[in-house]
Design a protein around this ligand. Structure first.
Ligand SMILES: [Zn+2]
Length: 99
């Protein structure tokens, strides 16, 4: 991907869906006085977005903060950084299992 391919609303929310076991999204409330964030499993995010083609920033703008009521959150891609061995021993992260 070159820089010219970057869409202002980011990637389609379904882009990394095949990595749902080790990646998830984190949404940070855009109200600076709040600072709340919420983690969301990729499968749940695609379901809530209603379409895997919805772009992550567009989806973030639709979210309402459960803490302060502000509408709009900044998306970030997060990853389970544990080793494969640790994942096998401890299981997948709860957030990744969300549907
Ligand atoms: Zn908030």
């Amino acid at each position: 991907m070159s820089g010219g391919d970057i869409h202002p609303d980011g990637i389609p929310i379904g882009t990394g869906l095949q990595y749902w076991q080790t990646q998830f999204l984190s949404f940070h409330c855009l109200n600076r006085d709040c600072g709340r964030w919420v983690d969301m499993g990729l499968r749940r995010a695609v379901r809530l977005a209603g379409d895997p083609a919805v772009r992550v920033r567009a989806f973030g703008r639709r979210l309402r903060c459960a803490g302060c009521g502000h509408r709009g959150a900044h998306p970030m891609l997060s990853a389970d950084c544990r080793s494969e061995h640790a994942r096998e021993r401890e299981g997948l992260l709860k957030v990744c299992l969300e549907e």
